[in-house]
Design a protein around this ligand. Structure first.
Ligand code: HEC
Ligand code: HEC
Ligand code: HEC
Ligand code: HEC
Ligand code: HEC
Ligand code: HEC
Ligand code: HEC
Ligand code: HEC
Ligand code: HEC
Length: 429
């Protein structure tokens, strides 16, 4: 490595430092280094330090994406990586940054990550828009105002153990994201002074989504960033956070748009799905919600016997009747099966019914009684089939048992005759 490489880097970093002010957030970052230096003297010396603060950055060199890509300490911190003399290595003339201030970190990372020309030589599939999006987030806006406690790049990604999002040990792996956010958002002491609650993680972890992701590792369920965006901007396809649910629950969203709720909710600025399901504490919905009892979300707006109330009650009657049929058919099929009868046709028919039943639950979002009743009627017809199969199987079973008895009875005289015949055979010889 020639001295010229460092000479190139120094003015670059100096220019970078000179440009480091908060307003720089909105400017495009300076270009990345033309050439990255190879193995350096920084890491071996730091690894040997007894102070954990100094040695810990070298602990993850075998995993950190930057180290794996051949990038060294000086690529982020500046300094002269080829000398074992700490004075020189940390020299201001070599553009040493030391520990970057949180306000400087987005620019530090963006030096490479916002440069398509640079990133394409390493990993063409990585986006280069994180920096730009970050400044649109609440975190970015507050950092720009000088608030160091908000999340910047290193708070979510770490500084020295940076891994890709698909690595299960990464802080931004889907299953780990809620804890990464909760590190701050779930800590009332850290968040003191900010006017927002600190219950998001606790509520989320107990919700249908949190249980699916954290307990069952169902990667289809959303982590915090699937709703809030990785870097702050609302995920593509959702024009606001209130519309984010439709990204995954597309049918529900379509039905909602056509429902009698769409217009009044929009006029009043109510956040769609969140009105009935909440955002972090989403519970498993049950048909009882339609029954207008004390726990029903509907009674927040509907008064006794208004049109919504009456429709809700009717929907409840239809849907609870069907869930009774499901259990009835299941029991009957089980009973026939324990008696050794083949009820596989009934099981298939029951699957059809269950599919319709699920569709019906989704269809409830139309809040249109005629559409809902038609589907309920269809499902009811499908439930009749497994019930019939079970009934037929039971009849068949009884028929066979009776048949066996009859044939046994019929064969008795023959057997008796045979016995009599044997007894009265003339003795041999
Ligand atoms: C010969 C050993 C040695 C070498 C080589 C070395 N360092 Fe250090 N580094 C230290 C020690 C000791 C400290 C703590 C005392 C100090 O700040 O000088 C330190 C401190 C630091 C800090 C923390 C500064 C702060 O403000 O807290 C950073 C960052 C750092 N070094 C990065 C580097 C980089 C980058 C290189 C290579 C360009 C490098 N070091 C080379 C020994 C070394
Ligand atoms: C991808 C960029 C990047 C690389 C590569 C990198 N660092 Fe850092 N380093 C940072 C950032 C960002 C911080 C500040 C972290 C913070 O404030 O949370 C930091 C902080 C530090 C600190 C101060 C830690 C403290 O708690 O005070 C030391 C020491 C350090 N780095 C040394 C190193 C050494 C040695 C290497 C090479 C093995 C290295 N860094 C490689 C970005 C990097
Ligand atoms: C609030 C937390 C948070 C902050 C702040 C943050 N990130 Fe991310 N970042 C994430 C998450 C979560 C993912 C993973 C998304 C996924 O699952 O694909 C990610 C993904 C990435 C990726 C992988 C490619 C991509 O875009 O999917 C890069 C590169 C990246 N971030 C760089 C940055 C940089 C640079 C900054 C600062 C300007 C930053 N991040 C700030 C949470 C954050
Ligand atoms: C000197 C240039 C450079 C700097 C500075 C830099 N990165 Fe990177 N980063 C890269 C390169 C190159 C890769 C791609 C490595 C690969 O895929 O082999 C990468 C990969 C990543 C990834 C993994 C993306 C994925 O999903 O595979 C994340 C996350 C990331 N960087 C975040 C950061 C953060 C946060 C900072 C600032 C603390 C930072 N980077 C500073 C060059 C840089
Ligand atoms: C380093 C600590 C830290 C981390 C990590 C962090 N945040 Fe934040 N976040 C804050 C602080 C501080 C605020 C400012 C609170 C405010 O808006 O007044 C904030 C604000 C927010 C806001 C805006 C709240 C509002 O309505 O004002 C959202 C949304 C948010 N964070 C989501 C996330 C998500 C999602 C993650 C994880 C991917 C995350 N944060 C990670 C510290 C953090
Ligand atoms: C299913 C989507 C979804 C998930 C998952 C999600 N959020 Fe939210 N979050 C929202 C919505 C919607 C709002 C409300 C926005 C509004 O009222 O304008 C919100 C609001 C917030 C706020 C503002 C303050 C508050 O509590 O209302 C913070 C901070 C926040 N979320 C952080 C998180 C964190 C941290 C996680 C993960 C533990 C998370 N969110 C998971 C959708 C989600
Ligand atoms: C990233 C995709 C995704 C997003 C975004 C999302 N969900 Fe979900 N949701 C799922 C998955 C997957 C499940 C199934 C979890 C399980 O196994 O129970 C689910 C389950 C549910 C359930 C329970 C379904 C049942 O049958 O019991 C409700 C209610 C729900 N989500 C509402 C919402 C609302 C409201 C929002 C927006 C605030 C939202 N979801 C955002 C993927 C998502
Ligand atoms: C945030 C308030 C709000 C909630 C919660 C709410 N609704 Fe409504 N609903 C309205 C408004 C406003 C209208 C339109 C005006 C009207 O007809 O009362 C409406 C209309 C309806 C209609 C059409 C009535 C007609 O005129 O034909 C039905 C059916 C309905 N709602 C059922 C329900 C059910 C069932 C629930 C609970 C699952 C529910 N609503 C929850 C506010 C709400
Ligand atoms: C007016 C209240 C209301 C609104 C608004 C609402 N839901 Fe529902 N949702 C319900 C009720 C009530 C159930 C329970 C149905 C059942 O169990 O039979 C339910 C059930 C669900 C289910 C489980 C059944 C299924 O479809 O798989 C999901 C998922 C769901 N809602 C998502 C959403 C989404 C996404 C939105 C916004 C587009 C939304 N809901 C808007 C009241 C509402």
């Amino acid at each position: 490595m020639s001295r010229n490489d460092a000479a190139f880097r120094v003015p670059l970093l100096a220019a970078l430092l000179a440009g480091w002010n908060i307003a720089a957030g909105s400017q495009s970052p300076p270009p990345p280094p033309a050439q990255i230096l190879g193995p350096d003297q920084c890491a071996p010396c730091h690894a040997a330090q007894t102070d954990d603060r100094l040695s810990s950055p070298t602990r993850w060199l075998a995993y950190d994406r930057h180290a794996l890509a051949g990038l060294g300490c000086a690529d982020c911190h500046g300094g002269d990586p080829r000398t074992a003399d700490p004075q020189q290595a940390h020299g201001a003339s070599a553009g040493f940054v030391g520990r970057p201030d949180p306000l400087q970190i987005p620019d530090l990372c963006a030096r490479c990550h916002s440069s398509p020309q640079f990133m394409i030589t390493y990993n063409p599939s990585l986006g280069v828009d994180q920096y730009e999006k970050y400044w649109t987030s609440r975190h970015g806006q507050l950092l720009k105002m000088g608030m160091r406690k908000v999340a910047q790049c290193a708070s979510c990604h770490t500084a020295h153990n940076i891994r890709g999002a698909s690595d299960p040990s990464s802080t931004v792996y889907r299953v780990n994201v809620p804890r990464t956010c909760a590190h701050c958002h779930g800590d009332p002491v850290y968040m003191a002074g900010y006017p927002i609650p600190t219950d998001q993680y606790v509520k989320y972890a107990a919700s249908v989504h949190g249980q699916a992701l954290l307990q069952h590792e169902d990667l289809a369920a959303p982590a915090c960033n699937n709703c809030h965006g990785n870097h702050g901007a609302v995920p593509p396809g959702a024009d606001s956070l209130a519309h984010v649910c439709g990204l995954c629950h597309a049918m529900n969203a379509q039905l909602f748009e056509k429902s009698p709720h769409a217009k009044p909710f929009a006029t009043q600025g109510l956040p769609q799905c969140v009105v009935c399901h909440r955002h972090h504490a989403i519970a498993k919905p049950t048909p009882e919600i339609f029954d207008m009892g004390a726990d029903s979300v509907c009674i927040a707006c509907h008064r006794q016997n208004d049109a919504g109330w009456q429709t809700g009650k009717k929907m409840y009657a239809l849907i609870s009747g069907l869930s009774g049929l499901n259990e009835q058919a299941e029991r009957a099929l089980d009973q026939a099966q324990t008696l050794g009868m083949d009820v596989s046709d009934g099981r298939f028919a029951l699957m059809d019914f269950r599919k319709s039943f699920l569709e019906l639950r989704t269809l409830s979002h139309s809040f249109d009684l005629s559409v809902f009743s038609a589907k309920a009627e269809e499902a009811k017809g499908q439930a009749a089939q497994p019930l019939q199969t079970a009934k037929d199987a039971l009849r068949e079973f009884h028929f066979r048992r009776q048949g066996l008895l009859v044939s046994l009875l019929l064969s008795l005289p023959v057997l008796a005759l045979l016995y009599w015949k044997i007894r009265h055979l003339p003795p041999r010889g």
